[in-house]
Design a protein. Structure first.
Length: 419
């Protein structure tokens, strides 16, 4: 890295440029705005930034950037091109994202810039296929939408919460798809019961990579740490998602709890601003510093967000023990607003209600503002379960929930917003 580049992305200088604002939308540098406005083919006056560092994706040996571009929505051409220029060439989408619009936006970009396809590490996911035939249909649709003949990493089992879908048939399909050259690597994603899924996967030699929820809250869980170690030892590449660990903003009627959480927010924010990080940057750094993860996937919908996270990827200082303590205390003080995905704990006593899925839908609605995706997740709940959502007694589930979530109130809130 040149001295000049070093100076440009120094944390403090970066934040001075950025202005101290909240998660995600951090910088307002006029040059970056110009890049957004001018579109992909106009050489806007852009800051010169070295490409982000890379790490090996487990036993695949492939090098991927420590920061990857999450495309849950259609990708803006300017962001796609800029991400490549800055080395964020791992693009993560899915068949279901934006009802296909995300994959199609990438496909359009590739159609217009075919020479750039070789520079992209393209990652997509199936959508709840039940058989190898279903899976093949999902893959063929993705290949068509993405305008490519090979997926670099295919998450052929999407949103895993147990291992029942890891059959010999799926293994054979994955091996055959690699032989046919339509995928290069195979893996799965998990948002629920992650420690159990990761530990089980560490014993499967045909899993190349896993995308898992992971953040400063989940890192407190010993089972999660053991499972990550096991995957690491097995050479499975790990990609972290949901690193911001956003809370559900359900109706919290206890004013003391609301005040305590607000104070925890204030303390955490003040600590990291003093260190030169925004809240969002500190949370990403807490995961990125963990060398067991190959990459951190973040939804970045503008070049300003991209640049903010790239600053973290380039930053060479490690968070100190006192910083991790601040995050730990913050996680404890605000845990009642965060669903950790440990559905195996609450669902056995929730009378058939998929609590984890409903909390996830609420998170998409409240924290990400992705109403369509939130409604799509909620719509998956069987009609007979939906009908009795408000009449179930959730006290037993609340009693066992390690995060003391107000499950009944949150489910009522989700039903009101998403039904
Ligand atoms: S509601 Fe509680 S027990 Fe259930 S998945 Fe979320 S954090 Fe775990």
């Amino acid at each position: 890295m040149s001295r000049q580049d070093d100076k440009r992305i120094n944390r403090r200088n970066f934040l001075k440029t950025a202005g101290l604002v909240g998660v995600g939308s951090v910088i307002t540098a006029a040059k970056v705005k110009a890049a957004d406005a001018n579109g992909p083919n106009v050489p806007a006056a852009q800051p010169t930034i070295q490409k982000v560092p890379k790490r090996k994706l487990g036993k695949t040996g492939v090098e991927v950037p420590v920061l990857s571009l999450g495309l849950g929505r259609p990708g803006e051409p300017a962001v796609l091109r800029q991400s490549l220029d800055w080395g964020v060439n791992y693009w993560d989408t899915s068949l279901a994202a934006g009802n296909g619009t995300s994959e199609r936006s990438i496909g359009e970009f590739i159609a217009k810039n075919p020479e750039l396809r070789k520079d992209i590490f393209l990652v997509t996911k199936e959508n709840k296929s039940k058989t190898p035939d279903d899976l093949e249909k999902c893959l063929q649709t993705s290949l068509k939408q993405l305008n490519t003949n090979c997926i670099d990493l295919y998450f052929g089992v999407y949103m895993v919460n147990d291992m029942v879908r890891f059959t010999d048939d799926i293994k054979k399909w994955a091996e055959d798809a690699k032989k046919r050259g339509v995928i290069k690597h195979f893996g799965f994603t998990t948002h629920q019961n992650m420690p159990q899924c990761l530990m089980a996967a560490s014993k499967l030699d045909w899993i190349d990579a896993i995308m898992t929820s992971y953040n400063f809250r989940l890192s407190q869980d010993k089972q999660m740490q053991d499972a990550i170690d096991a995957c690491n030892k097995a050479g499975i590449g790990l990609i972290a998602m949901k690193t911001q660990a956003m809370r559900q903003r359900g109706p919290n009627t206890d004013p003391n709890a609301v005040a305590a959480e607000a104070e925890a927010d204030r303390k955490m924010l003040a600590h990291f601003l003093e260190k030169g990080f925004t809240e969002g940057q500190a949370k990403i750094k807490a995961v990125m510093d963990d060398q067991r993860f190959s990459s951190v996937c973040s939804a970045m919908t503008s070049t300003t967000m991209l640049m903010s996270n790239i600053a973290v990827a380039h930053d060479k200082t490690k968070l100190a023990a006192e910083d991790m303590d601040v995050l730990k205390q913050y996680a404890q003080a605000t845990c009642s607003g965060y669903c950790a995905g440990c559905a195996h704990i609450c669902e056995p006593v929730a009378l058939g209600v998929p609590v984890g899925d409903i909390m996830r839908a609420l998170m998409y609605h409240d924290s990400y503002g992705d109403i369509a995706h939130a409604k799509a997740v909620f719509a998956e709940i069987p009609a007979d379960v939906k009908q009795r959502l408000l009449s179930v007694d959730y006290s037993a589930a609340e009693h066992v929930c390690p995060n003391r979530m107000q499950i009944g109130k949150l489910i009522a809130d989700a039903a009101a917003k998403l039904a």
